[in-house]
Design a binder for this molecule. Sequence first.
Ligand code: SF4
Length: 458
Amino acid sequence: MFVDSHAHLQLPHFKDDLEQAISRAKDAEIEAIMLVGSDEADSLAGVLLAAGHDFMYASVGIHPHDVKNADDNTYNNIKKMVRDHTVHAYGEIGLDFFKNYSPRDTQIEHFERQLDIADELSLPLIIHIRDAYDDSYNILNQKKDKLRNGGVIHCFSSDYKNAAKFIDLGFHISFSGTITYKKSTELVETARKISINDTLIETDAPYLSPVPYRGKRNEPAYVKEVAKFIAEINGLSVEDVGRITSRNFYDLFRIESPMNDTKITYKIRNSLYINMTNRCTNSCTFCARENSYVVKGHNLLLGSEPTVEQIISLIGDPTEHDEVVFCGYGEPLIRLDAVIAVARYVKERGGKVRVNTNGQANMIHKKNILESLRGLVDAISVSLNSDKSEQYNEICHSIFGTGSYNEVKSFILQAKDVIPDVTASIVELPGVDVAACRKIAEEELGVNFKVRKFNVVG
Ligand code: SF4
């Protein structure tokens, strides 16, 4: 599943083969396309085209190149278009100080005016910036109160520092085919550093074709080349990038998502994850489920916990995956019997099993549970989270209180006797002494050590 968050299929470049381009997009698994307007006539053409295709949506607005021709009448007509159900965004608007087709003062005046209109219409923004990142940021920052519907900096072309500033204002960053060009090292670095949850992908068709189509007319099917490139630099699969950026798109533009179904099993890279439960004995300060149950584009909010039979029916052939991981948003070993039954199924069919746990299972079940995992679990990753008991309590808020940290350490030690590959992990949080945690893991407990980035789940 992929979406093209920015295309101009209503332009004359597609007059001879529009239907073929649409059909190629469908063949390439493009499930949604945002048709972006640049002036009044073009916005209307986008709305009309979207109205005839149930997977197209429209954005209306006046591009900085064209604002010199816009007046009250133009904006009244744009506002009327928003009544159409296909319109989900306002743009592209912004500043283009590279071409300066409209005088700079006029661009600034109309940019500010259109930010007010978009806010009045409650629409997310599609922003065009060229050679005007500082000026655009200053205007948006001054009008922070008009940004409550979010938006995207389309075809981003600056550095990480600027991307981070716009993300702080609530914007997504959208990458086009330009990221695949040899000289785009700064852009590649930006795409690597920002969260994939803040990322969108686009073609800007008919412009800016990605490699290997550079020099030809661009079209929505080619957005997959952008996804492939971003997947490679982020160590994700192209399906991961397609799914995550699609969900970002549906959430930002408030389009009913075909992806809202809860996942019991879900794939990230080439591992299959099992979502056993949303219950947990911790309430970690960094736990992302406080904000959302979506992980790498998968919705993990369970209505009810899945049965062993349901899980097994979804696993299929476990050898098709690098490993089957008990994880999800909750503590899997709360459901010890179910974990054992599913792990047995996987092992009997030649698969590999990993468990990600908070290490409190012995306290939960009031006995040493590790022996029951012997031969069924190949690897276990236990959240150590600190080198000190007091700090562990401040971070994890375990229902078992002050003794939890020492119990987790002893769980890790006991796991070594039963499970071939044991890792103690921490999340990189301010105040956590990484070196001291490493020493405890490697020297005191004699296990592997892993540092997870804050805010990166899955
Ligand atoms: S142990 Fe995991 S699921 Fe439980 S609160 Fe902490 S981060 Fe969230």
